[in-house]
Write a protein that binds this ligand. Structure first.
Ligand SMILES: NC(=O)c1ccc[n+]([C@@H]2O[C@H](COP(=O)([O-])OP(=O)(O)OC[C@H]3O[C@@H](n4cnc5c(N)ncnc54)[C@H](OP(=O)(O)O)[C@@H]3O)[C@@H](O)[C@H]2O)c1
Length: 284
Protein backbone atom coordinates (compact mmCIF):
# COMPACT_ATOMS: atom_id res chain seq x y z
CA UNK A 1 0.00 0.00 0.00
CA UNK A 2 1.17 3.53 -0.81
CA UNK A 3 -0.07 6.46 1.24
CA UNK A 4 0.83 10.09 0.57
CA UNK A 5 1.17 12.04 3.83
CA UNK A 6 0.45 15.77 3.59
CA UNK A 7 1.37 18.04 6.51
CA UNK A 8 3.92 15.37 7.38
CA UNK A 9 6.21 17.58 9.47
CA UNK A 10 3.59 18.51 12.08
CA UNK A 11 2.95 16.77 15.40
CA UNK A 12 0.61 14.07 14.08
CA UNK A 13 2.32 13.85 10.67
CA UNK A 14 5.64 13.01 12.29
CA UNK A 15 4.10 10.16 14.32
CA UNK A 16 2.28 8.94 11.23
CA UNK A 17 5.55 8.83 9.27
CA UNK A 18 7.04 6.70 12.04
CA UNK A 19 3.98 4.41 12.19
CA UNK A 20 4.11 3.90 8.40
CA UNK A 21 7.82 3.08 8.57
CA UNK A 22 7.16 0.58 11.39
CA UNK A 23 4.37 -1.13 9.46
CA UNK A 24 6.17 -1.16 6.11
CA UNK A 25 3.71 1.23 4.46
CA UNK A 26 5.27 3.18 1.58
CA UNK A 27 4.52 6.77 2.60
CA UNK A 28 5.97 9.73 0.70
CA UNK A 29 5.94 12.54 3.29
CA UNK A 30 5.20 16.08 2.10
CA UNK A 31 4.77 19.48 3.71
CA UNK A 32 5.32 23.16 3.07
CA UNK A 33 7.10 24.54 1.09
CA UNK A 34 7.13 21.57 -1.34
CA UNK A 35 3.38 21.01 -1.17
CA UNK A 36 0.86 23.75 -0.38
CA UNK A 37 -2.73 22.50 -0.13
CA UNK A 38 -4.04 26.00 -0.82
CA UNK A 39 -2.51 25.89 -4.34
CA UNK A 40 -4.80 23.55 -6.32
CA UNK A 41 -3.05 24.25 -9.62
CA UNK A 42 0.15 22.65 -8.28
CA UNK A 43 -1.25 19.69 -6.36
CA UNK A 44 -1.72 17.44 -9.38
CA UNK A 45 2.00 17.80 -10.13
CA UNK A 46 3.28 17.80 -6.54
CA UNK A 47 1.37 14.82 -5.12
CA UNK A 48 2.58 11.41 -6.35
CA UNK A 49 0.18 8.63 -7.28
CA UNK A 50 -0.92 6.53 -4.29
CA UNK A 51 -3.69 4.36 -2.84
CA UNK A 52 -4.62 7.02 -0.26
CA UNK A 53 -3.92 10.63 0.61
CA UNK A 54 -3.82 11.37 4.34
CA UNK A 55 -4.16 15.05 5.18
CA UNK A 56 -2.56 16.15 8.45
CA UNK A 57 -1.99 19.69 7.16
CA UNK A 58 -3.95 22.36 8.98
CA UNK A 59 -3.97 25.81 10.47
CA UNK A 60 -3.95 24.83 14.16
CA UNK A 61 -3.35 28.12 16.00
CA UNK A 62 -6.85 28.23 17.47
CA UNK A 63 -6.60 31.64 19.14
CA UNK A 64 -4.78 33.36 16.25
CA UNK A 65 -7.52 32.16 13.92
CA UNK A 66 -10.00 34.57 15.56
CA UNK A 67 -8.15 37.46 13.87
CA UNK A 68 -6.77 35.53 10.87
CA UNK A 69 -9.96 34.06 9.46
CA UNK A 70 -8.94 34.23 5.82
CA UNK A 71 -5.72 32.22 6.19
CA UNK A 72 -7.40 29.77 8.53
CA UNK A 73 -10.22 29.07 6.04
CA UNK A 74 -7.76 28.87 3.13
CA UNK A 75 -5.85 26.04 4.86
CA UNK A 76 -8.66 24.28 6.76
CA UNK A 77 -11.55 24.59 4.29
CA UNK A 78 -10.14 25.29 0.79
CA UNK A 79 -7.12 23.00 1.35
CA UNK A 80 -9.22 19.86 2.05
CA UNK A 81 -11.51 20.81 -0.85
CA UNK A 82 -8.51 20.89 -3.20
CA UNK A 83 -7.24 17.54 -1.95
CA UNK A 84 -10.71 15.97 -2.17
CA UNK A 85 -11.16 17.14 -5.77
CA UNK A 86 -7.80 15.64 -6.67
CA UNK A 87 -8.79 12.37 -4.96
CA UNK A 88 -12.09 12.37 -6.87
CA UNK A 89 -10.21 12.84 -10.13
CA UNK A 90 -7.80 10.03 -9.29
CA UNK A 91 -10.51 7.77 -7.85
CA UNK A 92 -8.65 7.32 -4.54
CA UNK A 93 -9.83 7.91 -0.98
CA UNK A 94 -8.88 10.83 1.28
CA UNK A 95 -8.32 10.40 5.02
CA UNK A 96 -8.71 13.81 6.64
CA UNK A 97 -8.30 14.82 10.28
CA UNK A 98 -10.97 16.97 11.92
CA UNK A 99 -11.78 18.07 15.44
CA UNK A 100 -14.17 18.03 18.39
CA UNK A 101 -14.30 21.83 17.99
CA UNK A 102 -17.03 21.33 15.35
CA UNK A 103 -19.28 20.82 18.43
CA UNK A 104 -20.32 23.41 21.01
CA UNK A 105 -19.80 21.17 24.04
CA UNK A 106 -23.29 21.52 25.49
CA UNK A 107 -24.25 17.83 25.17
CA UNK A 108 -24.21 15.89 28.43
CA UNK A 109 -23.28 12.57 26.84
CA UNK A 110 -20.48 11.71 24.37
CA UNK A 111 -20.85 13.15 20.87
CA UNK A 112 -21.70 10.70 18.10
CA UNK A 113 -20.65 11.28 14.50
CA UNK A 114 -24.12 12.33 13.33
CA UNK A 115 -24.86 14.75 16.18
CA UNK A 116 -25.62 18.33 15.10
CA UNK A 117 -22.54 20.48 14.80
CA UNK A 118 -22.17 24.03 16.10
CA UNK A 119 -18.66 25.44 16.16
CA UNK A 120 -17.83 28.13 18.72
CA UNK A 121 -14.64 29.45 17.12
CA UNK A 122 -13.26 30.46 13.72
CA UNK A 123 -10.98 27.41 13.84
CA UNK A 124 -13.97 25.14 14.52
CA UNK A 125 -15.99 26.77 11.73
CA UNK A 126 -13.10 26.35 9.30
CA UNK A 127 -12.67 22.66 10.15
CA UNK A 128 -16.42 22.12 9.72
CA UNK A 129 -16.27 23.86 6.35
CA UNK A 130 -13.39 21.50 5.45
CA UNK A 131 -15.51 18.47 6.35
CA UNK A 132 -18.37 19.72 4.17
CA UNK A 133 -16.07 20.52 1.26
CA UNK A 134 -14.78 16.94 1.30
CA UNK A 135 -18.31 15.53 1.46
CA UNK A 136 -19.29 17.67 -1.55
CA UNK A 137 -16.27 16.80 -3.68
CA UNK A 138 -17.39 13.29 -4.58
CA UNK A 139 -14.32 11.31 -3.50
CA UNK A 140 -14.39 8.35 -1.13
CA UNK A 141 -13.35 9.69 2.29
CA UNK A 142 -12.80 9.07 5.96
CA UNK A 143 -12.99 12.12 8.21
CA UNK A 144 -11.40 11.18 11.54
CA UNK A 145 -12.34 13.68 14.24
CA UNK A 146 -9.92 13.80 17.12
CA UNK A 147 -9.26 16.03 20.15
CA UNK A 148 -6.73 17.41 22.64
CA UNK A 149 -3.68 15.89 21.02
CA UNK A 150 -0.37 15.59 22.83
CA UNK A 151 2.73 14.43 21.04
CA UNK A 152 6.50 14.42 21.19
CA UNK A 153 6.83 16.61 18.13
CA UNK A 154 4.83 19.68 19.09
CA UNK A 155 3.78 21.86 22.00
CA UNK A 156 1.66 19.97 24.49
CA UNK A 157 -0.18 20.37 27.78
CA UNK A 158 2.10 17.75 29.34
CA UNK A 159 5.24 19.65 28.38
CA UNK A 160 3.71 22.85 29.79
CA UNK A 161 2.87 21.18 33.11
CA UNK A 162 6.40 19.74 33.36
CA UNK A 163 7.88 23.15 32.56
CA UNK A 164 5.75 24.91 35.18
CA UNK A 165 6.97 22.39 37.78
CA UNK A 166 10.62 22.89 36.75
CA UNK A 167 10.18 26.67 36.92
CA UNK A 168 8.61 26.39 40.39
CA UNK A 169 5.26 27.79 39.26
CA UNK A 170 3.38 25.81 41.89
CA UNK A 171 0.77 25.12 43.07
CA UNK A 172 -0.49 24.51 39.56
CA UNK A 173 -3.86 26.12 38.82
CA UNK A 174 -5.63 24.07 36.16
CA UNK A 175 -9.00 24.36 34.45
CA UNK A 176 -11.65 21.98 35.79
CA UNK A 177 -14.71 22.93 33.73
CA UNK A 178 -13.52 21.70 30.33
CA UNK A 179 -13.78 17.96 29.76
CA UNK A 180 -12.40 16.03 26.78
CA UNK A 181 -10.38 12.95 25.85
CA UNK A 182 -6.67 13.86 25.72
CA UNK A 183 -5.14 11.73 23.00
CA UNK A 184 -1.55 10.69 22.34
CA UNK A 185 -0.74 11.41 18.70
CA UNK A 186 1.17 8.10 18.56
CA UNK A 187 -2.04 6.20 19.36
CA UNK A 188 -3.93 8.29 16.81
CA UNK A 189 -1.36 7.50 14.12
CA UNK A 190 -1.84 3.77 14.77
CA UNK A 191 -5.62 4.21 14.64
CA UNK A 192 -5.47 6.05 11.31
CA UNK A 193 -3.46 3.22 9.77
CA UNK A 194 -6.07 0.75 11.02
CA UNK A 195 -8.75 2.83 9.29
CA UNK A 196 -7.06 2.84 5.88
CA UNK A 197 -7.09 -0.94 6.00
CA UNK A 198 -10.89 -1.07 6.39
CA UNK A 199 -13.55 -0.74 3.70
CA UNK A 200 -15.55 1.76 5.77
CA UNK A 201 -16.03 5.37 4.64
CA UNK A 202 -17.56 8.38 6.38
CA UNK A 203 -16.99 10.30 9.61
CA UNK A 204 -15.49 8.49 12.60
CA UNK A 205 -14.44 9.63 16.06
CA UNK A 206 -10.88 8.75 17.01
CA UNK A 207 -9.71 9.82 20.45
CA UNK A 208 -8.79 8.21 23.74
CA UNK A 209 -11.28 6.16 25.71
CA UNK A 210 -12.40 7.72 28.98
CA UNK A 211 -12.76 11.41 29.71
CA UNK A 212 -11.18 13.93 32.04
CA UNK A 213 -10.91 17.62 32.78
CA UNK A 214 -7.59 19.43 32.30
CA UNK A 215 -7.38 19.43 36.12
CA UNK A 216 -7.76 15.61 36.24
CA UNK A 217 -5.19 15.31 33.46
CA UNK A 218 -2.70 17.57 35.27
CA UNK A 219 -3.09 15.53 38.46
CA UNK A 220 -2.38 12.32 36.52
CA UNK A 221 0.74 13.91 35.02
CA UNK A 222 1.94 15.13 38.41
CA UNK A 223 1.34 11.70 39.97
CA UNK A 224 3.65 10.21 37.36
CA UNK A 225 6.42 12.84 37.10
CA UNK A 226 6.53 14.75 40.42
CA UNK A 227 4.19 13.31 43.07
CA UNK A 228 3.37 15.78 45.79
CA UNK A 229 3.10 18.90 43.64
CA UNK A 230 -0.17 20.62 44.51
CA UNK A 231 -2.75 21.04 41.73
CA UNK A 232 -5.71 23.38 42.28
CA UNK A 233 -8.92 23.33 40.20
CA UNK A 234 -9.93 26.67 38.64
CA UNK A 235 -12.66 27.75 36.20
CA UNK A 236 -11.68 28.41 32.54
CA UNK A 237 -12.95 31.96 33.00
CA UNK A 238 -9.79 32.92 34.93
CA UNK A 239 -7.69 32.32 31.81
CA UNK A 240 -9.59 34.31 29.15
CA UNK A 241 -8.58 33.38 25.58
CA UNK A 242 -9.64 34.80 22.21
CA UNK A 243 -11.31 31.57 20.98
CA UNK A 244 -14.18 29.89 22.85
CA UNK A 245 -13.68 26.18 23.59
CA UNK A 246 -16.41 23.54 24.10
CA UNK A 247 -16.98 22.72 27.77
CA UNK A 248 -17.70 19.03 27.23
CA UNK A 249 -16.58 17.57 23.93
CA UNK A 250 -16.10 13.89 24.74
CA UNK A 251 -16.31 11.92 21.47
CA UNK A 252 -18.08 8.54 21.32
CA UNK A 253 -15.80 5.86 19.83
CA UNK A 254 -18.39 3.12 19.23
CA UNK A 255 -18.14 3.46 15.44
CA UNK A 256 -14.33 3.31 15.50
CA UNK A 257 -14.49 0.09 17.52
CA UNK A 258 -17.04 -1.39 15.09
CA UNK A 259 -15.05 -0.43 12.01
CA UNK A 260 -11.68 -1.66 13.25
CA UNK A 261 -12.54 -4.30 15.89
CA UNK A 262 -10.14 -2.35 18.09
CA UNK A 263 -10.57 -0.38 21.30
CA UNK A 264 -8.89 3.02 21.23
CA UNK A 265 -6.47 3.12 24.23
CA UNK A 266 -7.51 5.20 27.24
CA UNK A 267 -6.06 8.65 27.97
CA UNK A 268 -4.15 7.12 30.92
CA UNK A 269 -2.59 4.56 28.55
CA UNK A 270 -1.80 7.42 26.17
CA UNK A 271 -0.12 9.41 28.94
CA UNK A 272 1.97 6.39 30.01
CA UNK A 273 2.97 5.64 26.41
CA UNK A 274 3.90 9.28 25.83
CA UNK A 275 6.06 9.45 28.99
CA UNK A 276 7.72 6.16 28.06
CA UNK A 277 8.49 7.51 24.57
CA UNK A 278 9.74 10.78 26.09
CA UNK A 279 12.18 8.84 28.28
CA UNK A 280 13.74 7.50 25.11
CA UNK A 281 14.31 10.96 23.64
CA UNK A 282 16.40 13.93 24.79
CA UNK A 283 15.12 16.01 27.73
CA UNK A 284 12.65 18.78 26.82
N1 LIG B 1 -3.36 19.43 18.03
C1 LIG B 1 -4.57 19.14 18.50
O1 LIG B 1 -4.82 19.18 19.71
C2 LIG B 1 -5.68 18.76 17.55
C3 LIG B 1 -6.96 18.48 18.10
C4 LIG B 1 -7.99 18.11 17.21
C5 LIG B 1 -7.74 18.01 15.85
N2 LIG B 1 -6.47 18.28 15.38
C6 LIG B 1 -6.26 18.15 13.93
O2 LIG B 1 -5.25 17.18 13.73
C7 LIG B 1 -4.50 17.47 12.56
C8 LIG B 1 -3.01 17.46 12.87
O3 LIG B 1 -2.76 18.44 13.88
P1 LIG B 1 -1.28 18.75 14.41
O4 LIG B 1 -1.43 19.21 15.83
O5 LIG B 1 -0.36 17.64 14.07
O6 LIG B 1 -0.94 20.05 13.52
P2 LIG B 1 0.46 20.78 13.33
O7 LIG B 1 1.49 20.24 14.25
O8 LIG B 1 0.16 22.26 13.37
O9 LIG B 1 0.88 20.36 11.85
C9 LIG B 1 0.24 20.86 10.72
C10 LIG B 1 1.22 20.77 9.57
O10 LIG B 1 0.55 21.28 8.40
C11 LIG B 1 1.46 22.14 7.75
N3 LIG B 1 0.72 23.09 6.90
C12 LIG B 1 0.13 24.25 7.26
N4 LIG B 1 -0.39 24.86 6.19
C13 LIG B 1 -0.15 24.05 5.12
C14 LIG B 1 -0.42 24.17 3.74
N5 LIG B 1 -1.06 25.23 3.22
N6 LIG B 1 -0.04 23.15 2.92
C15 LIG B 1 0.64 22.08 3.42
N7 LIG B 1 0.96 21.95 4.72
C16 LIG B 1 0.57 22.92 5.57
C17 LIG B 1 2.18 22.83 8.87
O11 LIG B 1 3.35 23.47 8.41
P3 LIG B 1 3.86 24.80 9.19
O12 LIG B 1 4.19 24.35 10.58
O13 LIG B 1 5.06 25.22 8.39
O14 LIG B 1 2.72 25.78 9.15
C18 LIG B 1 2.47 21.64 9.79
O15 LIG B 1 3.63 20.94 9.39
C19 LIG B 1 -5.04 18.81 12.06
O16 LIG B 1 -6.01 18.58 11.08
C20 LIG B 1 -5.72 19.41 13.28
O17 LIG B 1 -6.76 20.31 12.92
C21 LIG B 1 -5.45 18.64 16.20
Amino acid sequence: MRVVLVGANGMLGTDLKEACAREGVDAPALDLPDVDITRPERLQRDLPEADWIINCAAYTRVDDAETDRETCFAVNAEGPRNLARLCAKRGIPLLHISTDYVFDGTKNTPYQEDDPTHALSVYGESKLAGERAIQDAGCPYIIARTQSLFGLHGPSFIKSIMRFITEGKVPLKVVQDQVSCPTWSGHLADALLRLVHTEHRGIVHTSSEGACSWFDFARAIVDRVQPGVEVLPVPASIYPRPARRPANSVLDKTRYAQWTAHRFPSWQEGLDAYLEALNHTSPI
